[in-house]
Design a protein around this ligand. Sequence first.
Ligand code: TPP
Ligand code: DXP
Ligand code: MG
Length: 635
Amino acid sequence: MHLSEITHPNQLHGLSIRQLQQIARQIRDKHLQTVAEFGGHLGPGLGVVELTLGLYQTLDLDRDKVIWDVGHQAYPHKLITGRYSDFHTLRQKDGIAGYLKRGENKFDHFGAGHASTSISAALGMALARDMNGEKFKAVAVIGDGALTGGMALEAINHAGHLPKTNLLVVLNDNEMSISPNVGAIPRYLNKMRLSPPVQFIKDNFEEQFKHIPFVGESLSPELGRIKEGMKRLAVPKVGAVFEELGFTYMGPVDGHNLEELIATFQQAHQIAGPVLVHVATIKGKGYELAEKDQVGYHAQTPFNLTTGKAIPSNKPKPPAYAKVFSHTLVKLAEQNPKIIGITAAMATGTGLDKLQAKLPNQYIDVGIAEQHAVTLAAGLATEGMRPVAAIYSTFLQRAYDQIIHDVCIQNLPVFFCLDRAGIVGSDGPTHQGMYDIAYLRCIPNIVMMAPKDEAEMQRMVVTGIEHTTGPIAMRFPRGNGYGVPLMEEGWEPLEIGKGEILRNGDDVLIIGYGTMVYPSMQAAEILSEHGIEATVINARFVKPLDTELIVPLAQKIGRVVTLEEGCVMGGFGSAVAEALLDADVVVPVKRIGIPDVLVEHATPDESKAELGLTSRQIAERVLQAYFQKQPSPVS
Ligand SMILES: Cc1ncc(C[n+]2csc(CCOP(=O)(O)OP(=O)(O)O)c2C)c(N)n1
Ligand SMILES: CC(=O)[C@@H](O)[C@H](O)COP(=O)(O)O
Ligand SMILES: [Mg+2]
């Protein structure tokens, strides 16, 4: 049977190991071709091909439910659940999502994208199953990185307390998060990965020696004494921690040996209560370049399969915001040993791997543990350190209470650097950085800012470091800057709460925040072609808002437009409208940003066009709102 003929995982039933190995090869080929052509997550899925086939052959997917943690590794799952023919649309507009998605396919029982949720979801399904008197297996597949997330441990704590609730947790242990996994849990797992040989020797000690020709028999008396000594060798009982937590532990199992996997899963299905099967895999298995560079091949833009090199873009790109951010932070950290950069398992994405390389003592990776990262930063701040929590906007959502409870209520000087703030593109709704303006703005004590370009971001990094009277947050987008000139040092901090006028005009006031400042200027130029002259403000800060600058101009001009790359509800535009209300200035405010919708996976430009956020669309919307001009057909 060829992979292309599989539309239901139950078609795996009855296939021989050889047939499964053939399908595994076809999955790897399809996975590699598709990611090489369109980009996506490479290493994670290559590492779970046999795990997926072995597990699914032992389940009835018309009944049983498999929940994948994060879901970035679930391309093999997608390929055997009816999406082979559409797989070339992966992570593209209106195409297959890069993560599991309940609405996409009946075998996608739970969506994800953020880590550490699978065991909670699977346990919820198992409890509902038992309450409804149903019979199906609930299986969570979680990576060793995701296992460092607090939620996963909360779920294990709960599941281990329910000896009558059947639940299978498959731990995909490839010793990697995006970077090498960090913490005591991965270290413990690694010890178990290593322990079987030691355990094997202990169990088969004499057997091993007796057969040594000529000397084997004569060694016997000695062997007894050595064996006694071996008994005292402290080998952790494999899986002891999980067993102590109420799970039946099985493993570690070779995650690329189909016979072993199938036999283990079949056995696991016979065991009542919570069971954890520890599967040892290799991230990137089957593609040598990915096996050798597991960090670099976690995710890929389109690349050449033979050379492994990214397909060069036809024009040189300005530096990425993340690169400028980390370069600036390293420069400042070299002068200030109190600066501590903190990442939650996103060293390469945030660029903090550069800080780790240059100043390892001023770098902390806490694993996938954003909540811990924030309160750790708060603790560091109480002792006079200068903590910089570099966490994507979307992942910082995980630590909302810690931001309020541990940082802002105590008014501690933590500097939050929110990368990937705004529309991120192919990762879709779970990863869009849409909510941070709204979710932070309502918290007392926090200062919030966003740069118009990468040069202003450098000034904001200095501003953030020097703001030590309380918490401060800077948001910036995924991707590249504008290529504006950058300074190597001597960046001038900004005055907190002060914006700048970029253009003058009497017909409409346009106030841009962060990434929407340049589009504001471009829209103003288009309006000028229609005889409409706009004043454009770069707000720089949403909290505190520069009301001294904005309120009088709004009153004078009488028409206001706000622009933000974030949710309009409660966002930057709301802040301006509230300020005008508080000042009893009654003028119309047209808030342009992301409306109350989810933004599906597409390129950022496609999403912005769909949301009416291109410069031309902004100009058209202003004309329509304030000057009763019917929009010309959008070119
Ligand atoms: C809450 C959260 N923080 C960070 C991330 C970014 N992220 C995506 S995959 C990944 C590593 C996951 O490691 P693991 O679970 O071991 O899966 P593997 O990639 O090794 O297959 C991280 C940190 C995320 N998805 N969710
Ligand atoms: C699966 C996951 O959450 C990360 O791999 C994420 O896709 C990284 O996003 P960036 O590519 O923006 O760093
Ligand atoms: Mg891993």
